[in-house]
Structures are given as structure tokens and as C-alpha cells.
Write a protein that binds this ligand. Structure first.
Ligand code: NDP
Length: 476
């Protein structure tokens, strides 16, 4: 018997992805470097579908129908390079090698370029949804050649999550486009979680208990904020400490956030592309600050300020303002993330369809949310420079911005840190301002460094002879 698809790497993601494929009726070859792991998967799940387990990579490859379709789900970085090195000599032109791990898109571009002369298609693919998603239907973001998508796309689409019959999987563009989109997905996830944390902190500062805050998040989840992360927030807020049911679990979790690096990549890449992803940056920095214990200890000793309590006369009105701030900030994070994808697409010559990006994020992935349907529809209606100019988005922001401002103002007065909400608002006010303080920046740069400036009423670059006669000279 031959296999239609193969999966390498039988840790949690790979084994669940292989099971998801088998559940959909595919004959799946499986292989893991450590053979006992393959045996364990067979022992636990071998009856769930048609699996062809292998201990030898050559036998695994030989079992696959041509063109071979192989998905690697191994440790990103050296693990991926090791598997590529071993498997490429066993493959033939036209075969498709998919990297479903969390690779850095620059590595994927390099690997794709190195593989191209062999005629083997290298397909960097973002997969989101964690282990449950991998099993039950993730959001899948494949890159690589368009030709390769014809071979691997139908399988990936079938195992992905679906919304209204449409798969949450689509070709994102050549070489590293798929991993780029996944990277930005994770960046937006960071921002989303930071905003949720700030909303919760504000509700607590206004006197709500965790359980009351959970009710608020639950009610939000029935409206425009409907999303996986808001949904699971109420679950975490309601959870009791398994060691002591009288205490909320949240109150015994250390306030030190970890991270694995995709948020940092999103920000580093944006800096290189010259794109503002300040909300994602704030989210990454907020995690860094949370884990910088000596800094926080010193700050707690040294710094004066208000006591982080917000007194509210009308509790529901305040809650509604926090909701509006959360919705608005979330939209800004999406706008910034999509701007990063749009800019990268121009830089790397990818034909990324922004509506399709929103479409495949609607389900299966961690940032799945009702908002994504709106974003998909807006991009379908017409090309946009920024999500913020979409008719329904700008109208809703116009309505929300007053509450958002009140929330940031109250937080600043009370000393509740809201770097995400305030940074998002700063972006909103910057991009809508007819004139920015950049004019003064250019004036200063011209004075100290003769960096020149451009005029509002004339073409060309100009410089003032600051240290001489004060006259303006053309500099280009
Ligand atoms: P891990 O990232 O923990 O990787 C373990 C797997 O990689 C094992 O199968 C291991 O084989 C294999 N491996 C490691 N080094 C090598 C090597 N040098 N040669 C061959 N095989 C090697 O597994 P996960 O399932 O958590 O993740 C797989 C990929 O999916 C990663 O890239 C991860 O970033 C990505 N991902 C993970 C998500 C998650 O929620 N966990 C979500 C989305 C993507 P062995 O058993 O022999 O050690």
C-alpha cells in the first residue's frame, strides 16, 4: 500500500496533524527520528485511520505516491535543517517538502532558494491552532511555488478549519510568504493578549472581581469582540487554584510572561521594513518588563505615583468604554500587522491577497475572531491602503474613540499601565493628523547635520546655511 502524504516529526504537532489527515481519509506515512515515538503513536492512535509507520527515512520516502508530499513538523531551526539535509537526496524533482514548523521567514527564503535547483518544491507553511487545531482543523498559511500548491493545497485545505464551507487555508505567495503571514499572526496574537490584559487590569482597578470581569468578557464575547482569546479569558478568570479552591488561579500565577520569539521577529522585521507595529512592539516589551525582576524591584522602591485605583460613578459606562478601547486597539493591531504584510509583499514580490489572509484567520487559529469576517468583506469590497480606511471600520472607530480616550486618560491619571491602549491611540492620532511633528525633526536634522528638508510649497531638497548667512540653498 502507498501513502498519499507523509509526516515527519511525531511530537505533539506532527502526530496530531497526521491523525487529522488520517481522520479525513488520507493514507498517511509517519516517521520520527526516535523510532519509539512512532511506535507510541501507532499504539495510541493506529486504529484511527490508515497509517504507514516507518523507522527508516528511505522506506518512508519510498512509500509515498509521486509527486511525494511530505510535511515536516520538527523543532524549528537546526531540527529542520537536519531533516532537509537527510531527505533531499532521497527525493526527486516535483516532490513537495513542506515545513510546517514555526520557521523564521528569512530561513524559509534561504531554504527555498537552496532547494530550487533540485526541482524539489520547498513549501514554508504557517500552521496555527496549537495541538488541538492540528488535530481538529488548524489555520494553514502555505508559501512556496504556485505549482507546489496544486500538489499539496488540496490536502492542506481538507484538513484545515472551515468557515461556511471555505477552508482556512490558502496559498499566501512564493518562498517565505506563508511563514511571514504566520509570524505576523503571532505578532497580532501578542498585541491581542496585551490588550485583553490591560482591559482586565482596568476592570480590576475599577473594583471588579475576577469573576465579575469574567462575566464582562463573556458578555463581550457575544458581540463584536467575539473571539477565541476573549472566550478563553473568561475561563482563565473564573478558574480556581487547584491547590486551594478559595483562591482565584490568576492570583497565584506569577506576573512574568514568557515568549518564544515570533513576536520579536514581527517587530524586528517591521523595523527593517520601516513599518509601525507599535502595538505589537508594546506587547513584546510588556512581556520583557514583566520578566525583568530586578528592574521592577528597583522601580517599586524608587518611583512615586497614584495607587492604581479608578473610582467610577457609572460602572456600566466605564465597562463600555473599556470595551470600546479593546475593540479599537485590536483593530489598530490588525491594521499594523496587515500593513507589515502589505509592505513585505511589495518588498519580496509576493502576491498576498489581504482579504484571503483575513479569511483564513477566521477559524482554526489563535486570533480567530468575528472581526476577521468584517476585514475579509472590506478587502473583498475594494483595495485598501490601510484597514483603518475601510468604511465600516472607520465608522466604528469614530464611535469608539471617545470611550477609548476616556479609558486611556483614566488609566494615566490612576497610574494603571496601558502601553497597548495608549500606543494604539497614538497611532490612530498620528495617522489622522494633517501635520506631524516630523517637520521640527527635519528642521533639527538640517541644523545639526545638514540632512536637508523638503518644502510644502516647492520641489527638491533644501538646506539652510545655519552657521553662515542663513540663506536657503538647494541641496539636490
Ligand atoms: P518540537 O518543536 O518539540 O520538536 C520535536 C520534534 O522534532 C520531535 O519529533 C523530534 O524528534 C524532532 N527533531 C528535533 N530535532 C531533530 C533533528 N535534529 N532531526 C530530526 N528530528 C528532530 O515539537 P512540536 O510538535 O511542539 O512542534 C513542531 C513544530 O511545530 C515546531 O517547529 C513548532 O515551532 C511548530 N508549532 C508548534 C505549535 C505548538 O503549539 N506546539 C504550534 C504551531 C507550530 P525526536 O523525537 O527524535 O527528538
Amino acid at each position: 500500500q502507498t501513502a498519499e502524504v507523509g509526516v515527519i516529526g511525531m511530537a505533539v504537532m506532527g502526530s496530531n496533524l497526521a491523525r487529522g489527515m488520517a481522520h479525513k481519509g488520507f493514507r498517511v506515512a509517519i516517521y520520527n527520528r526516535t523510532a519509539s515515538r512512532t511506535d507510541e503513536v501507532m499504539a495510541e492512535h493506529g486504529t484511527e485511520g490508515i497509517f504507514l509507520p516507518f523507522h527508516d527515512l528511505g522506506d518512508f520516502v519510498a512509500s509515498l505516491e509521486r509527486p511525494r508530499r511530505i510535511v515536516m513538523m520538527v523543532k524549528a531551526g537546526r531540527g529542520t535543517d537536519a531533516v532537509i539535509k537527510e531527505i533531499i537526496p532521497l527525493l526527486q524533482p516535483g516532490d513537495v517538502l513542506v515545513d510546517g514548523g514555526n520557521a523564521y521567514f528569512g530561513d524559509t527564503r534561504r531554504r527555498e532558494e537552496e532547494t530550487r535547483p533540485t526541482g524539489i518544491h520547498y513549501v514554508g507553511t504557517g500552521i496555527s491552532g496549537g495541538e488541538v487545531g492540528a488535530l481538529e482543523g488548524p489555520s494553514i498559511m502555505p508559501g512556496g511555488s504556485k505549482e507546489s500548491y496544486a500538489a499539496i493545497g488540496p490536502i492542506l485545505e481538507k484538513i484545515s478549519a472551515h468557515v461556511d464551507g471555505e477552508p482556512c487555508c490558502a496559498w499566501m505567495g512564493t518562498d517565505g510568504a506563508g511563514h511571514f503571514v504566520k509570524m505576523v499572526h503571532n505578532g497580532i496574537e501578542y498585541a491581542d493578549m496585551q490588550f485583553i490584559g490591560e482591559a482586565h487590569a482596568l476592570l480590576r482597578a475599577a473594583g471588579l472581581t475576577n469573576a465579575e470581569a469574567a462575566d464582562v468578557f463573556e458578555s463581550w464575547n457575544h458581540g463584536d469582540l467575539d473571539s477565541y482569546l476573549v472566550d478563553i479569558t473568561s475561563r482563565v478568570l473564573r478558574a480556581k487554584d487547584p491547590r486551594n479552591p478559595a483562591t482565584d488561579l490568576l492570583d497565584v500565577i506569577r506576573d512574568e510572561a514568557g515568549m518564544k520569539g515570533t513576536g520579536t521577529w514581527t517587530v524586528q522585521t517591521a523595523l527593517e521594513l520601516g513599518v509601525d507595529v507599535s502595538t505589537i512592539g508594546e506587547a513584546v516589551f510588556a512581556r520583557s518588563v514583566s520578566s525583568s525582576l530586578p528592574l521592577r524591584e528597583a522601580g517599586q522602591q524608587a518611583l512615586e505615583g497614584p495607587d492604581r485605583a479608578i473610582s467610577v460613578d457609572d460602572r456600566q459606562a466605564f465597562i463600555d468604554d473599556v470595551r470600546d478601547a479593546l475593540w479599537s486597539a485590536k483593530v489598530i493591531a490588525y491594521a499594523q500587522g496587515l500593513d507589515e504584510i502589505r509592505t513585505a509583499a511589495a518588498e519580496y514580490n509576493w502576491q498576498v491577497d489581504m482579504g484571503q489572509v483575513a479569511s483564513i484567520w477566521r477559524d482554526g487559529c489563535i486570533i480567530r475572531a468575528r472581526l476577521l469576517q468584517r476585514i475579509k468583506d472590506e478587502y473583498a469590497a475594494g483595495d485598501l491602503t490601510s484597514l483603518l480606511e475601510a468604511p465600516s471600520v472607520k465608522a466604528e472607530l469614530a464611535r469608539c474613540q471617545q470611550g477609548w480616550r476616556r479609558v486611556v486618560a483614566r488609566a494615566v491619571e490612576a497610574g494603571v499601565p496601558v502601553p497597548g491602549f495608549s500606543s494604539a491611540l497614538g497611532y490612530y492620532d498620528q495617522v489622522r493628523a494633517p501635520r506631524l511633528n516630523a517637520a521640527l525633526t527635519q528642521g533639527l536634522r538640517d541644523l545639526f547635520g545638514a540632512h536637508t528638508y523638503r518644502r510644502v510649497d516647492d520641489e527638491g531638497s533644501w538646506h539652510v546655511n545655519w552657521s553662515g548667512d542663513g540663506r536657503e540653498v538647494r541641496a539636490d
